[in-house]
Ligand binder design. Structure first.
Ligand code: PAF
Length: 301
Protein backbone atom coordinates (compact mmCIF):
# COMPACT_ATOMS: atom_id res chain seq x y z
CA UNK A 1 0.00 0.00 0.00
CA UNK A 2 1.46 3.42 -0.92
CA UNK A 3 1.64 6.57 1.20
CA UNK A 4 -1.75 8.27 1.54
CA UNK A 5 -2.78 11.65 2.86
CA UNK A 6 -1.38 12.24 6.34
CA UNK A 7 -3.97 11.97 9.08
CA UNK A 8 -5.14 15.04 10.96
CA UNK A 9 -2.90 15.38 14.00
CA UNK A 10 -4.62 16.57 17.18
CA UNK A 11 -2.33 17.51 20.07
CA UNK A 12 -4.89 19.08 22.42
CA UNK A 13 -8.35 18.15 23.69
CA UNK A 14 -9.82 21.06 21.70
CA UNK A 15 -8.15 19.92 18.46
CA UNK A 16 -9.37 16.37 19.08
CA UNK A 17 -12.94 17.52 19.76
CA UNK A 18 -12.99 19.66 16.60
CA UNK A 19 -11.57 16.89 14.38
CA UNK A 20 -13.79 14.23 15.98
CA UNK A 21 -16.88 16.33 15.22
CA UNK A 22 -16.00 16.00 11.51
CA UNK A 23 -16.26 12.18 11.67
CA UNK A 24 -19.89 11.13 11.30
CA UNK A 25 -20.85 7.47 11.67
CA UNK A 26 -18.96 4.72 13.44
CA UNK A 27 -15.55 5.47 14.83
CA UNK A 28 -13.04 2.84 15.92
CA UNK A 29 -10.06 3.60 18.10
CA UNK A 30 -6.68 1.89 18.23
CA UNK A 31 -4.80 2.99 21.34
CA UNK A 32 -1.01 2.88 21.25
CA UNK A 33 2.02 4.20 23.08
CA UNK A 34 3.74 4.92 19.73
CA UNK A 35 6.69 3.04 18.20
CA UNK A 36 4.16 1.48 15.85
CA UNK A 37 4.92 -1.86 14.22
CA UNK A 38 3.13 -4.45 12.12
CA UNK A 39 1.05 -5.54 15.13
CA UNK A 40 -0.44 -2.03 15.38
CA UNK A 41 -0.89 -1.91 11.59
CA UNK A 42 -2.92 -5.13 11.83
CA UNK A 43 -5.11 -3.61 14.58
CA UNK A 44 -5.74 -0.61 12.32
CA UNK A 45 -6.51 -2.79 9.28
CA UNK A 46 -8.92 -4.94 11.30
CA UNK A 47 -10.62 -1.81 12.65
CA UNK A 48 -10.94 -0.32 9.15
CA UNK A 49 -12.84 -3.34 7.85
CA UNK A 50 -15.85 -2.47 10.01
CA UNK A 51 -15.73 1.16 11.07
CA UNK A 52 -16.24 4.20 8.84
CA UNK A 53 -13.39 6.03 10.55
CA UNK A 54 -10.30 4.93 12.46
CA UNK A 55 -8.69 7.10 15.07
CA UNK A 56 -5.29 6.21 16.55
CA UNK A 57 -4.08 7.52 19.89
CA UNK A 58 -0.35 7.81 20.49
CA UNK A 59 0.37 8.47 24.15
CA UNK A 60 3.21 7.16 26.25
CA UNK A 61 1.28 6.94 29.50
CA UNK A 62 3.56 7.63 32.50
CA UNK A 63 0.91 6.31 34.89
CA UNK A 64 1.41 2.70 33.80
CA UNK A 65 5.20 2.64 34.28
CA UNK A 66 6.64 1.84 37.68
CA UNK A 67 9.87 3.22 39.15
CA UNK A 68 12.84 1.64 37.39
CA UNK A 69 10.79 0.57 34.35
CA UNK A 70 11.58 1.64 30.79
CA UNK A 71 9.60 4.90 30.43
CA UNK A 72 12.69 7.02 29.72
CA UNK A 73 14.12 4.67 27.08
CA UNK A 74 10.80 3.71 25.47
CA UNK A 75 11.17 4.41 21.70
CA UNK A 76 9.59 7.68 20.53
CA UNK A 77 9.05 7.71 16.77
CA UNK A 78 6.14 10.08 16.08
CA UNK A 79 7.10 10.89 12.46
CA UNK A 80 7.42 7.24 11.48
CA UNK A 81 4.20 6.46 13.38
CA UNK A 82 2.31 9.13 11.42
CA UNK A 83 3.68 7.64 8.17
CA UNK A 84 2.34 4.21 9.17
CA UNK A 85 -1.04 5.74 10.09
CA UNK A 86 -1.13 7.50 6.68
CA UNK A 87 -0.28 4.25 4.86
CA UNK A 88 -3.05 2.42 6.71
CA UNK A 89 -5.70 5.06 5.98
CA UNK A 90 -6.07 6.47 9.51
CA UNK A 91 -7.93 9.78 9.44
CA UNK A 92 -7.21 11.18 12.86
CA UNK A 93 -4.31 10.77 15.29
CA UNK A 94 -4.52 12.06 18.84
CA UNK A 95 -1.00 12.46 20.19
CA UNK A 96 -1.22 14.48 23.42
CA UNK A 97 1.52 15.22 25.93
CA UNK A 98 1.10 14.16 29.59
CA UNK A 99 -0.03 17.65 30.63
CA UNK A 100 -2.92 17.42 28.15
CA UNK A 101 -4.08 14.05 29.46
CA UNK A 102 -3.32 14.82 33.12
CA UNK A 103 -3.73 18.62 33.40
CA UNK A 104 -3.68 18.49 37.22
CA UNK A 105 -0.67 16.17 37.36
CA UNK A 106 -1.10 12.65 38.70
CA UNK A 107 -4.85 12.00 38.95
CA UNK A 108 -6.00 11.62 42.55
CA UNK A 109 -8.89 9.44 41.40
CA UNK A 110 -8.00 6.41 39.27
CA UNK A 111 -9.42 3.19 37.98
CA UNK A 112 -8.73 0.13 40.08
CA UNK A 113 -8.11 -3.13 38.25
CA UNK A 114 -9.00 -5.09 41.39
CA UNK A 115 -7.75 -8.62 42.11
CA UNK A 116 -7.32 -9.53 38.41
CA UNK A 117 -4.82 -6.70 38.19
CA UNK A 118 -2.66 -8.14 40.98
CA UNK A 119 -1.71 -11.48 39.42
CA UNK A 120 0.75 -12.34 36.62
CA UNK A 121 1.87 -8.99 35.15
CA UNK A 122 0.33 -7.14 38.07
CA UNK A 123 2.46 -9.07 40.57
CA UNK A 124 5.67 -7.95 38.85
CA UNK A 125 4.35 -4.49 37.99
CA UNK A 126 2.25 -3.22 40.94
CA UNK A 127 -0.20 -0.49 39.90
CA UNK A 128 0.47 -1.08 36.20
CA UNK A 129 -3.09 -2.04 35.30
CA UNK A 130 -4.63 0.78 37.36
CA UNK A 131 -2.54 3.11 35.16
CA UNK A 132 -3.59 1.32 31.97
CA UNK A 133 -7.30 1.34 32.84
CA UNK A 134 -7.20 4.98 33.92
CA UNK A 135 -5.76 6.13 30.59
CA UNK A 136 -7.95 3.79 28.53
CA UNK A 137 -11.04 5.15 30.31
CA UNK A 138 -9.93 8.73 29.66
CA UNK A 139 -9.13 8.05 26.01
CA UNK A 140 -12.51 6.35 25.52
CA UNK A 141 -14.23 9.43 26.93
CA UNK A 142 -12.14 11.86 24.89
CA UNK A 143 -12.42 9.97 21.58
CA UNK A 144 -16.06 8.85 22.03
CA UNK A 145 -15.23 5.74 19.99
CA UNK A 146 -17.87 3.13 19.24
CA UNK A 147 -15.37 0.29 19.08
CA UNK A 148 -11.87 -0.20 20.51
CA UNK A 149 -9.33 -2.69 19.18
CA UNK A 150 -6.67 -4.36 21.36
CA UNK A 151 -4.13 -7.11 20.68
CA UNK A 152 -4.26 -10.62 22.16
CA UNK A 153 -0.53 -10.19 22.84
CA UNK A 154 -1.43 -8.24 26.03
CA UNK A 155 -3.99 -10.82 27.15
CA UNK A 156 -4.32 -9.62 30.75
CA UNK A 157 -4.70 -6.01 29.64
CA UNK A 158 -7.36 -7.06 27.14
CA UNK A 159 -9.25 -9.02 29.79
CA UNK A 160 -9.14 -6.10 32.24
CA UNK A 161 -10.31 -3.60 29.63
CA UNK A 162 -13.22 -5.91 28.78
CA UNK A 163 -14.07 -6.17 32.48
CA UNK A 164 -13.89 -2.40 32.99
CA UNK A 165 -16.16 -1.80 29.99
CA UNK A 166 -18.64 -4.43 31.18
CA UNK A 167 -18.53 -3.72 34.92
CA UNK A 168 -18.76 0.06 34.51
CA UNK A 169 -21.09 0.16 31.46
CA UNK A 170 -18.84 1.97 29.02
CA UNK A 171 -20.74 2.39 25.72
CA UNK A 172 -18.04 0.80 23.57
CA UNK A 173 -17.41 -2.61 22.00
CA UNK A 174 -14.00 -4.10 22.74
CA UNK A 175 -12.58 -6.19 19.91
CA UNK A 176 -9.52 -8.45 20.14
CA UNK A 177 -7.04 -9.10 17.35
CA UNK A 178 -4.66 -12.08 17.15
CA UNK A 179 -0.99 -11.56 18.00
CA UNK A 180 1.17 -10.69 14.99
CA UNK A 181 4.49 -12.56 14.88
CA UNK A 182 7.74 -12.19 13.00
CA UNK A 183 8.45 -14.98 10.51
CA UNK A 184 10.47 -16.82 13.19
CA UNK A 185 7.65 -16.65 15.76
CA UNK A 186 8.72 -13.67 17.92
CA UNK A 187 5.63 -11.73 18.98
CA UNK A 188 5.78 -8.16 17.67
CA UNK A 189 6.42 -5.61 20.39
CA UNK A 190 7.82 -2.10 20.52
CA UNK A 191 10.23 -3.46 23.16
CA UNK A 192 11.83 -5.87 20.65
CA UNK A 193 14.01 -2.93 19.54
CA UNK A 194 15.92 -3.26 22.85
CA UNK A 195 17.04 -6.82 22.04
CA UNK A 196 20.64 -7.47 20.97
CA UNK A 197 21.04 -10.16 18.27
CA UNK A 198 21.85 -12.81 20.91
CA UNK A 199 18.93 -11.68 23.11
CA UNK A 200 16.65 -11.90 20.13
CA UNK A 201 17.79 -15.44 19.36
CA UNK A 202 17.17 -16.43 22.99
CA UNK A 203 13.79 -14.66 23.00
CA UNK A 204 12.54 -17.06 20.34
CA UNK A 205 12.32 -19.71 23.03
CA UNK A 206 9.19 -17.94 24.40
CA UNK A 207 7.11 -18.55 21.27
CA UNK A 208 8.71 -21.99 20.86
CA UNK A 209 7.63 -22.88 24.40
CA UNK A 210 4.08 -21.73 23.71
CA UNK A 211 3.96 -23.77 20.52
CA UNK A 212 5.27 -26.84 22.33
CA UNK A 213 2.59 -26.34 24.99
CA UNK A 214 -0.15 -25.98 22.37
CA UNK A 215 1.08 -29.14 20.62
CA UNK A 216 0.56 -31.05 23.88
CA UNK A 217 -2.92 -29.58 24.48
CA UNK A 218 -4.86 -32.79 23.83
CA UNK A 219 -2.94 -34.52 26.63
CA UNK A 220 -4.16 -32.11 29.31
CA UNK A 221 -2.79 -29.32 31.55
CA UNK A 222 0.26 -31.12 33.01
CA UNK A 223 1.50 -32.10 29.56
CA UNK A 224 1.07 -28.52 28.32
CA UNK A 225 3.02 -27.08 31.25
CA UNK A 226 5.74 -29.74 31.01
CA UNK A 227 6.24 -29.28 27.26
CA UNK A 228 6.44 -25.49 27.50
CA UNK A 229 8.77 -25.55 30.55
CA UNK A 230 11.19 -27.97 28.90
CA UNK A 231 11.81 -25.48 26.06
CA UNK A 232 12.45 -22.57 28.43
CA UNK A 233 14.81 -24.40 30.80
CA UNK A 234 17.04 -25.21 27.84
CA UNK A 235 17.67 -21.47 27.21
CA UNK A 236 20.05 -20.03 29.85
CA UNK A 237 19.72 -16.42 28.62
CA UNK A 238 16.01 -16.38 29.44
CA UNK A 239 15.07 -15.61 33.06
CA UNK A 240 11.49 -16.76 33.43
CA UNK A 241 9.22 -14.61 35.61
CA UNK A 242 6.17 -16.85 35.12
CA UNK A 243 4.95 -19.61 32.87
CA UNK A 244 1.32 -20.44 33.61
CA UNK A 245 -1.67 -22.25 32.21
CA UNK A 246 -4.68 -20.33 33.49
CA UNK A 247 -8.38 -19.92 32.89
CA UNK A 248 -8.80 -17.07 30.36
CA UNK A 249 -11.21 -15.03 32.48
CA UNK A 250 -10.21 -15.79 36.09
CA UNK A 251 -6.45 -16.09 35.43
CA UNK A 252 -6.38 -18.90 38.00
CA UNK A 253 -4.28 -22.00 37.29
CA UNK A 254 -6.42 -24.65 35.64
CA UNK A 255 -6.52 -27.96 37.54
CA UNK A 256 -5.23 -31.21 36.08
CA UNK A 257 -8.74 -32.52 35.25
CA UNK A 258 -9.60 -29.35 33.31
CA UNK A 259 -10.85 -29.53 29.72
CA UNK A 260 -11.70 -26.38 27.77
CA UNK A 261 -10.28 -22.99 26.93
CA UNK A 262 -7.13 -21.86 28.72
CA UNK A 263 -4.36 -19.34 28.36
CA UNK A 264 -0.72 -20.38 28.32
CA UNK A 265 1.16 -17.22 29.28
CA UNK A 266 4.82 -16.44 29.79
CA UNK A 267 6.88 -13.48 30.98
CA UNK A 268 10.65 -13.46 31.01
CA UNK A 269 13.62 -11.16 31.14
CA UNK A 270 16.00 -11.47 28.21
CA UNK A 271 19.04 -9.24 28.68
CA UNK A 272 17.63 -5.91 29.88
CA UNK A 273 14.23 -6.48 28.33
CA UNK A 274 11.10 -7.92 29.91
CA UNK A 275 9.01 -9.76 27.32
CA UNK A 276 5.54 -11.27 27.52
CA UNK A 277 3.75 -13.64 25.18
CA UNK A 278 0.76 -16.00 25.36
CA UNK A 279 -1.14 -18.64 23.47
CA UNK A 280 -4.87 -19.17 23.92
CA UNK A 281 -5.66 -22.85 23.55
CA UNK A 282 -8.23 -25.54 24.10
CA UNK A 283 -7.04 -28.23 26.52
CA UNK A 284 -8.22 -31.84 26.45
CA UNK A 285 -10.00 -33.81 23.71
CA UNK A 286 -9.88 -31.92 20.39
CA UNK A 287 -7.36 -29.55 22.00
CA UNK A 288 -4.97 -27.22 20.22
CA UNK A 289 -4.19 -23.52 19.70
CA UNK A 290 -6.85 -20.80 19.36
CA UNK A 291 -6.24 -17.42 17.71
CA UNK A 292 -7.66 -15.32 20.53
CA UNK A 293 -9.39 -15.92 23.86
CA UNK A 294 -12.94 -16.81 22.88
CA UNK A 295 -14.61 -16.76 26.31
CA UNK A 296 -16.25 -13.39 26.89
CA UNK A 297 -14.77 -11.74 23.81
CA UNK A 298 -15.47 -10.36 20.36
CA UNK A 299 -12.80 -11.04 17.77
CA UNK A 300 -12.07 -8.69 14.91
CA UNK A 301 -12.29 -10.12 11.40
O1 PAF B 1 -1.06 -1.60 25.03
C1 PAF B 1 -0.64 -0.42 25.08
O2 PAF B 1 0.07 0.06 24.19
C2 PAF B 1 -1.03 0.45 26.26
O3 PAF B 1 -1.10 -0.26 27.43
C3 PAF B 1 -2.35 1.25 26.01
C4 PAF B 1 -3.55 0.32 25.87
C5 PAF B 1 -2.21 2.11 24.76
C6 PAF B 1 -2.63 2.17 27.20
O4 PAF B 1 -1.59 3.07 27.40
Amino acid sequence: MGERTRPTLARTREELAAARAELPGEVAVVMTMGALHEGHAELIRTARRRAQHVLVTIFLNPLQFGAGEDLSRYPRTLDVDLGICAREGVELVFAPTPDVVYPEGDPGVRMSAGPLGEVLEGRSRPGHFDGVLTVVAKLLHLTRADRAYFGQKDAQQLLLIRRMVRDLDFPVEVVSVPTVREGDGLAMSSRNTYLTPSDREAALSLSRALRAGADAAVEGPSAVRRAARSVLVAEPLVLVDYLVLVHPTTLQDVPEWYHGEALLAVAARVGTTRLIDNQPLRVGPGGGPLEVSVVGGTMGS
